[in-house]
Ligand binder design. Sequence first.
Ligand code: ATR
Length: 282
Amino acid sequence: MTTGTPRAFVVGHPIAHSRSPLIHGHWLAEHGIAGSYERLDVTPEAFPEFIRALLDSGFRGGNVTIPHKEAACALADTLTPRAQKIGAVNTLVVEPDGRIRGDNTDAPGFCAHLDHSLGADWPARGNGTAVVLGAGGAARAIVVGLAERGMRRIRVANRTPARAEAVAALAPGIADALAWDDLPAALAEAGLLVNTTSLGMKGQPPLEIDLARLPPGAAVADIVYAPLETDLLAAARRRGLDAVDGLGMLLHQAVPGFAAWFGPRPAVTPALRDRIVADLAP
Ligand code: ATR
């Protein structure tokens, strides 16, 4: 174990937009820990060398974001089974024996957020059926997370069907790819709809989807958090459905890393949320 002032990082390229320093800074202050959490801009070319130098750097680990999540998966010494399955790492921990462990905390972070927002029995909604829109990195993590939590059927719809097939293959026998045109019928049986596409994000086109077929009692989750209240979530609320915003996943995915680098397991509190919401305000 590295001694001295505990240090962790978030590495990406670009990295200026990352809210992770705010989140971890809030927790460091809350727990009175004299540690640091640093923002590092590292290019893809320099990333392998960055990983090689980690052991001697004094860092206890850090977060990895775009575009390095797949490279971190390839370069870590060990992977959690979840990171291996998802093929992407967002959390690195320098172990006491010097090995660098890669984990993916997006999957449990998303599920923890649903636990807090909906109660722990959400996987039973809609007889355990979810519809996931999109097939990028976030969808991979979420499909794995939903399958781990015991969802019985996960339907993945994406603009590019081949990518939906690839994501569905992460949960064989549970997930399948769904043609976009078949969405209305699938929604009629779903207890959870998750948007993992970038549609609805500030500056992007809106996600156009008719929620009329979703049964009462279904929940709609968006991973977009800028804006916090997307058109999708507003439409869900208008229908009286539970609406879960994307900020919680960002906050909850940070918890395991903080605990590994700094000791205490931090809480996702309204005060933390308010702080990030204020920072997101235009
Ligand atoms: P992330 O890693 O954050 O999930 P990503 O890998 O870029 O990001 O994935 C973005 C997702 O949004 C993809 O599912 C993408 O669809 P494609 O796989 O067809 O590219 C989806 N997406 C982005 N813009 C879209 C658009 N205009 N219409 C439909 N889907 C879109």
